[in-house]
Design a protein around this ligand. Sequence first.
Ligand code: ADP
Ligand code: MG
Length: 322
Amino acid sequence: MTQRRGNGRVGNRVVIALGGNAINPPKDTSLSDHHGWEVLQQTTEELAQLIRAGYEVALVHGNGPQVGALLLQNEAARAQVPLATLDVCDAETQGQLGYMIQQLLGNQLRRLGVAKTVVSLVSQVVVDPADAAFLQPTKPIGPVYGRERAQELARERGYAVREVHPGAWRRAVSSPRPLRLVEAPALEAMLAAGLVPVVAGGGGIPVAERDGQLSGVEAVVDKDYSAELVATELRASTLVILTDVDRVYLDYETAQARPLERLTLAEGRRYLKQGHFPPGSMGPKVEACLRFLEHGGLSAVIAPLPGAEGAVKGVVGTRISG
Ligand code: ADP
Ligand code: MG
């Protein structure tokens, strides 16, 4: 049952975003594909408990390391298989992680006797071709190349390339803001039908809209911003962003680093301006939480994965509220 609150928010409705880096740590190539299954096993146990307790949950997930692996595979096989564009790679990873979550969370729900079905939605998000992000592709993706190969790719495929370390080059793409989730009208109906939606995976597939027609864009969208779109669209009371750190820190990775248990909207805006939360990692999470509150959300939590239950109950992570 949905529980309406006076302010139009649904009290028991939470949107939970799972960090792609927490599922598959990108720097640890010694970890087998099984690692992701193990992490999600633990996470879905907690999610199932929340759902059994009466929470209406919609899930979002990241895909950075997963799409990175796919791009490496594509590049390695390019003589045999045509290269897939980035939007198609995004769609593939929505299927990959969506499948894992559907199976694992489905198993947990059946174990607990909860009659709900987990359903992944291939999701597109509209971005603005005039977004300033397109002027400066900043997000490195895919394999590392030497200078010559990088320049060749820039010529042949029109890639923007960047030297990320001396002698190490990567393709760089833009990370525009998502404006609208194309499949949003399906979400409310899914929840009303008792489904658990997995939506906007990897931030959603970025698309441009022209005269009502959509087409894929070679960019990446930060899933934290898309999770905010989903949470606001669904009038959720709480947005939870699960990642690979225990809390949000001030002066992160310095001798003065201090973890935050609570944060107000005003403090969040101030710290963001002071540069405590860098773009591309913690910045989008804090910004997404602040916007969620500004759009009427009641509270937002940034917490470790696994940690969904504690985050929703407010006992782990950093809780941000008005
Ligand atoms: P995800 O895949 O969950 O989106 P990100 O790498 O995008 O993960 O963001 C999480 C990372 O943000 C952490 O691993 C941490 O290194 C980094 N980070 C940067 N600034 C901070 C901060 N102020 N407090 C906590 N973590 C921070
Ligand atoms: Mg991220």
